[in-house]
Ligand binder design. Sequence first.
Ligand code: DX5
Ligand code: ZN
Length: 227
Amino acid sequence: MYILAPSLLAADFKILGQQIEETERMGAEYLHIDVMDGTFVPSISFGMPVIQSIRDISGQFFDVHLMITDPIRYIKEFAECGADGITFHLEAAKDPDAVISLIHELGLKAGMSIRPGTPLEAVYPYLDRVEMVLIMSVEPGFGGQTFMPEAYGRISRLRRQIDGNGYRVRIEVDGGIGKKNVQEVIAAGADICVAGSAVFKKRSISENISYFMKAFEEQGNGEVGKK
Ligand code: DX5
Ligand code: ZN
């Protein structure tokens, strides 16, 4: 099954609760929560208090994307405020194995992400330990950027590496996904599509999400040749 993960970063924060409810009602199973520290990436976004306050109103899988330096320092706090899965950047972690172990000890799903410039092979040693790999299709740090087409090759290579070795790892893709390219992104091998601007901007959230759901259906809901 393909999954849509609306990225909170693009939401209207004065009506955040309402918007999250709309994404859930429309069938977005994940909520993508971008945490930025002003060091690993230039921006600062939001942290635990926001996540904690929206936890009550949503049954979605809280997919926390940590764009922070030395992520091990905060894993426990993100687990406590309601994360279901935590994705950290390989480039930001001193001891990636220790981060994965801690996420698992806390009962959460572990994801590993890499910047567009990091060789894909860097994640291969961890494929037997993580539940998800997040391929960035923009430079992390800001919403509303343009999808980098180089990501297609990385998604399909990763798909082959995962399927060829029988790993149970989902591929999430993040940055610049919308109407124009969602079909190609899933055809390349993605399981989970993050979308910020394409969900929360322009038309209504419902209309925007319907489009993604239609694209997922047209692609056979991911049943063909996949887990
Ligand atoms: C970028 C973030 C993305 C971003 C996606 O650093 O990780 O999740 O919010 O936003 P769009 O879909 O607008 O590119
Ligand atoms: Zn993200």
